[in-house]
Ligand binder design. Structure first.
Ligand SMILES: O=C(O)[C@H](O)[C@@H](O)[C@H](O)[C@H](O)COP(=O)(O)O
Length: 240
């Protein structure tokens, strides 16, 4: 694992650096493999980043967007990660509909939706069951409880290692999430974290020893690159 930690002065500089990194990954992936694949995170932090990506002139037909997790709500629900990304980015660019790989959230049983998305990913990447395909970038946020994607502390989703997608939960709120082994298969995992409220969780995630089930972001140890992009409010104490 190739881990890089960068602390940027403020949230605008954080977004600028994340954009710069993603644009470089897009360019390299399309040059090497003819396409770029990214899994988006939800929450509030990435919204300005998605708005900045939407301003770029890019070969949208070569870019494929997935979601690393989703709240189990309809795609027009205000809590939907898909809705946020569409409003901030995808509805503002000429990306083919087929390149937007949303997590299904209208099945009565979320477990059925998880299996459907798992199969969709396997078909897209032409991988066999049990094989973890490598996305070019998995974008992640981190909660103040050190969760990432929808891998929340001491939940069943943290125990799932034999598939790409599983059902997660934040208390009683159902989620669909990448499993941590699938996240770890990515070529680049990019955490984008802002705000002083994340400091205590970051201290535990970066500590030499701490319980992974209590601080699930510690489970993210990709074979490829691991980027931690932090604003000073979140990461000042981590600056080496
Ligand atoms: O569905 C979600 O909520 C996200 O995927 C989640 O993992 C998010 O990244 C963190 O909760 C941080 O959220 P903020 O960026 O809003 O702090």
């Amino acid at each position: 694992m190739n881990k890089k930690v960068e602390v940027l002065p403020d949230q605008s500089a954080l977004v600028g650096r994340a954009l710069e990194l993603i644009l470089s990954k897009i360019d390299a992936a399309i040059k090497e493999r003819g396409r770029f694949t990214i899994a988006l995170s939800g929450g509030s932090t990435p919204k300005p980043l998605y708005e900045a990506i939407a301003q770029q002139k890019l070969p949208w037909d070569k870019i494929h967007v997935f979601w690393g997790d989703e709240r189990y709500v309809p795609p027009d629900h205000p809590d939907s990660n898909e809705l946020m990304a569409r409003r901030a980015w995808l509805d503002r660019v000429d990306m083919p509909v087929a390149n937007i790989h949303a997590i299904p959230t209208l099945e009565a049983d979320p477990a059925v939706a998880a299996v459907k998305y798992d199969k969709h990913l396997q078909n897209f990447f032409n991988t066999a069951s049990g094989e973890f395909p490598a996305l070019d970038v998995v974008l992640l946020g981190m909660g103040d409880d050190a969760h990432t994607a929808s891998l929340f502390p001491h939940t069943q989703a943290l125990q799932v290692r034999d598939r790409l997608i599983t059902v997660g939960n934040k208390d009683s709120s159902i989620r669909i999430t990448f499993t941590y082994p699938f996240i770890n298969a990515a070529r680049s995992v990019m955490f984008v974290v802002a705000g002083a409220n994340k400091r205590p969780a970051l201290a535990q995630v970066f500590a030499p020893q701490a319980d992974e089930l209590t601080y699930p972001s510690r489970l993210i140890q990709p074979q490829g690159e691991l980027w931690w992009l932090l604003d000073a409010a979140a990461g000042a104490e981590l600056q080496t």
